[in-house]
Design a protein around this ligand. Structure first.
Ligand code: CO8
Length: 235
């Protein structure tokens, strides 16, 4: 892992709302980077039990510093651009999530492309990516492809085919493409390939069906969304 980007350490408290938000995003990104390094070091270390106990004590102390006000379940963080933009704590793309590789997402001609490299944190068979993690990458990108196409939806079906094991520590390309719609149903294809070894050979492919909830279901499922829209209307 790299040392990560350098960010200002604290907000000034005197900037505009936008500046404060940018400071917040930078701090979230920096902590996410350090936590990811901690998780990777944890699953790869050969340290002694004494060292592991000392580190566990230290981590417990650090955790204690983050237990002030917590977001309520379903509350959308102010830094997020939900549903179409970056989500800072997504377990796949979130700069602030220690679970996220994080996958970078880019627009392509006919869908979205994701890029990431996975390591020990996401291991399944020794040396290879966990199959559930491959499904998670694809589910996220395929869901975002629906939103990018103007038809946001939730996964109702995700059929995975694992053709070859996905190597750890190898740059990956994930592709998602909406292939059609039928009423509220959206059909999406996805694949994972290596960006370096045999980039044309799909390691994993997926076919998904996503459904746009009707307006009543959307309101019931995502009460936090109403608050975000009200926040944006207030400017
Ligand atoms: C911002 C991007 C983030 C990306 C995140 C990644 C995506 C995710 O992980 S989403 C989280 C996982 N998914 C979920 O939790 C969804 C759980 N499911 C639900 O809540 C509901 O099924 C919901 C709200 C989506 C749809 O419910 P509802 O509106 O009642 O749909 P319903 O009327 O049953 O079905 C709609 C259509 O879909 C079809 N359908 C439903 N389930 C399936 C299925 N498993 N396979 C195929 N078709 C299905 C129905 O047959 C129906 O088709 P038709 O209109 O032709 O009769």
């Amino acid at each position: 892992m790299s040392d990560g980007p350098r960010f200002p350490r604290t907000g000034t408290g005197t900037g505009t709302g936008t500046e404060e938000l940018e400071h917040q995003k930078a701090a979230i990104t920096r902590l996410g980077h350090e936590l990811r390094a901690l998780v990777e070091a944890t699953v790869r270390t050969d340290a002694s039990p004494d060292t592991l106990h000392r580190v566990a004590d230290g981590v417990r102390t650090v955790t204690g510093r983050l237990t002030g006000r917590r977001r309520a379940r379903g509350e959308i963080p102010e830094v997020d651009e939900f549903p179409a933009g970056p989500r800072f704590y997504s377990p796949v793309t979130g700069a602030g999530s220690p679970l996220a590789p994080p996958m970078r997402v880019m627009a392509a001609d006919d869908g979205l492309i994701g890029e990431c490299t996975l390591a020990g944190t996401h291991e399944g068979p020794p040396g290879y990516v966990h199959g559930g993690v491959s499904a998670m990458l694809l589910d996220e990108l395929m869901g975002r492809a629906c939103a990018a196409a103007g038809t946001p939806g939730l996964t109702v079906s995700l059929q995975m085919r694992y053709h070859r094991p996905v190597l750890l520590e190898t740059p990956l390309r994930i592709i998602a493409r909406v292939t059609g719609t039928d009423g509220r149903k959206i059909f999406v294809n996805g694949s994972i390939t290596s960006r370096t070894a045999a980039p044309d050979a799909s390691l994993v492919t997926a076919e998904g069906v996503f459904v746009t909830p009707d307006p009543d279901s959307t309101r019931a499922l995502f009460p936090g969304l109403q608050r975000v829209m009200a926040r944006e209307l207030r400017g």
